[in-house]
Design a protein. Structure first.
Length: 581
């Protein structure tokens, strides 16, 4: 919805006053609403929503912008209009009682507006002017204009009075909405209203392949830029919702924050952190590979992290999903009770693709989730071609990226060949793609999961066995046997064989260790004996050596003593000889 600030900036930019309609999406398409003080034509075939849109313009003006309005109806009475729009939540009677809305039913009789053989709308101007002045109306609706000129064949008078009516409305300064029926070769039956209106909005109700779709297009808007594409719109209990998303610029913000997948082993394959917030994830695989289980795990983790989640289911009812997920340990019903998980389940054939887009857009705007799940998108192929489904998903992804909402799609592949047809061509658009495949081996059917791509982050290139148990989801390493990858019971047998081999090997090593220990003990004893024997021999040798050294010492002392004795004897003899002389 366009804010008042945006509205004022648009007026300043173009110096062009506009009136907000209050209709969701329409004010965005018209860059701030319809021309203020000038007439706007809403035209289309029967059942396309002209009357409802014009009445909502009046009701929103009275309730949201405090602008009183007049509804001049030429077909239905006030009581009939009140009853018709009550299903949209509009209480016209209360607004009439509060003098915010005035409804005037005018039954057209040519005799009442003919004077002297000429057709004249002066009586209508007086009646309408009184209604406007009585409540100070700022908005006016004329529904439908064809009734004013029923039975009139004079084209000159018709054109003159039409121009006079539009000019009169401009002079009154009211913002007028005039409804008109679609003509054969023109937008209206008279073929003139679209030329004298300042803004023309065309509504269409198409039925293709038994699927109904309502579309809106702004054919012209004098003095203002506007969206020129066809926009789907939805009529439900909350009124009219127009989806203005057709071609967005690739300028959305990005986040580096991570969101867990709910499977720790899968997060580990994604740098241990999970997916980027605001990214789009595709989970594709054949039937029974666990795509819904992965989506439920993602939703469960988001709710555990206190993030609001919307789960769109196209195959199973919410109760069925809640029951099935309890078998693998996910209590989704608890999150529903807490108001952070909301299921929306319907068959794709309920709406056309455009209406699905509007419905999803409306749900997201109301609930404001951080996570959205669509399970599975392949069912949408029942209401459109592959290219149409892809175009619808492109618009949805663009919208979710603008809102920074993380979305997970599941898609059914019909074979094991990865190609653009298996996932409705959306694989090139998403940021991350998980592929779950069957692995048939030894009479068993097991599952394998690998990451085809994950933009902006490192991710594992390994194939992991995908195991679903009553404890949840897990990815385990595959084992390489003699003949290649083994999974399931073959993997368990391989693990058991390896563990048995390790046990036997350990036992053999233990026995050898004990033998070595015994030999070591014997050798150490022998070494101790040899060391003792060596010490004994060494001691004997030292004894002999010491005895020899002692003998040498004694002999040397004796020699020295003998030398002293001889020297003493020689001195005595010499003294005796001297005395004799």
């Amino acid at each position: 919805m366009i804010t008042d600030k945006t509205y004022l900036s648009a007026m300043e930019k173009y110096n062009f006053p506009k009136t907000l309609t209050g209709i969701k999406g329409l004010d965005e398409i018209t860059e701030g609403g319809i021309p203020q003080g000038r007439p706007t034509l809403i035209c289309g075939g029967p059942g396309c929503g002209k009357t409802l849109m014009s009445i909502e313009f009046i009701v929103r003006g009275a309730v949201e912008y405090n602008e009183p309005g007049v509804i001049m109806a030429f077909e239905e009475k006030a009581e009939e209009l009140e009853m018709n729009v009550a299903s949209l939540g509009f209480d016209l009677k209360a607004l009439r009682d509060n003098k915010m809305i005035k409804i005037d039913h005018v039954h057209i009789e040519r005799s009442e507006i003919e004077e002297t053989g000429e057709y004249d709308l002066d009586g209508l101007f007086i009646r309408l002017g009184y209604a406007i002045d009585s409540i100070g109306a700022k908005r006016v609706v004329l529904d439908t204009i064809e009734n004013l000129f029923s039975g009139l064949n004079n084209q000159a008078i018709l054109r003159s009075e039409l121009r006079r009516l539009f000019h009169w409305l401009k002079e009154k300064g009211v913002t007028a909405v005039i409804t008109g029926e679609r003509g054969d070769n023109a937008l209206t039956r008279q073929g003139l209203e679209e030329y004298v209106s300042d803004c023309v909005i065309l509504l269409e109700h198409r039925v293709i392949n038994q699927i109904s779709t309502r579309l809106l297009r702004v054919v012209k808007y004098r003095g203002s830029v506007h969206g020129t594409n066809e926009y789907p719109f939805l009529i439900d209990k909350d009124g009219i919702s127009v989806l203005p998303v057709t071609s967005l610029l690739l300028e959305s913000e990005v986040s580096s924050e991570r969101v867990s997948s709910g499977i720790p082993s899968l997060d580990k394959m994604l740098e241990g952190k999970g997916f980027y917030r605001g990214s789009s994830i595709l989970v594709s695989g054949t039937a029974g590979t666990g795509k819904t289980s992965i989506a439920a795990s993602f939703a469960n983790q988001a709710c555990l992290d206190k993030k609001r989640c919307v789960y769109m289911a196209f195959e199973e009812s919410p109760k069925q999903i809640v029951r099935n997920m309890k078998s693998i340990g996910f209590d989704l019903d608890k999150h529903v009770s807490e108001g952070i998980l909301e299921f929306h389940a319907f068959r794709p054939t309920l709406y056309g693709l455009e209406m699905h887009l509007v419905a999803i857009h409306k749900i997201i705007k109301r609930f404001k989730p951080q996570v959205v799940i669509l399970d599975p998108i392949t069912n949408l192929i029942t209401v459109g071609s592959v290219s149409e489904v892809k175009a619808m998903l492109i618009r949805l992804i663009d919208f979710l990226q603008e809102e920074q909402i993380t979305v997970m799609f599941t898609a059914l592949t019909l074979n094991n060949i990865v190609n653009e047809q298996t996932d409705e061509g959306v694989s090139s658009l998403v940021d991350a793609w998980l592929l779950v495949r069957d692995i048939e081996l030894n009479g068993e059917r097991n599952r394998g999961l690998y990451i085809m791509k994950s933009r902006g982050m490192k991710h594992s290139n390994q194939v992991r066995e995908f195991v679903i148990s009553d404890e949840g989801l897990n990815l385990v390493d595959v084992y390489l046997g003699p003949e290649g990858v083994v999974v399931g019971s073959a993997r368990e047998a391989q693990i058991l064989s390896e563990e048995t081999g390790k046990a036997l090997h350990g036992h053999a090593l233990s026995r050898k260790d004990r033998e070595i220990l015994r030999k070591k003990t014997v050798l150490e004893a022998q070494i101790a004996n040899l060391r003792t024997e060596f010490e004994s021999v060494e001691e004997e040798l030292n004894k002999v050596y010491m005895e020899e050294e002692l003998k040498k010492e004694i002999l040397e002392r004796n020699r020295q003593e003998m030398t002293k004795i001889r020297r003493g004897a020689d001195g005595a003899n010499e003294a005796s000889d001297n005395s004799k002389q």
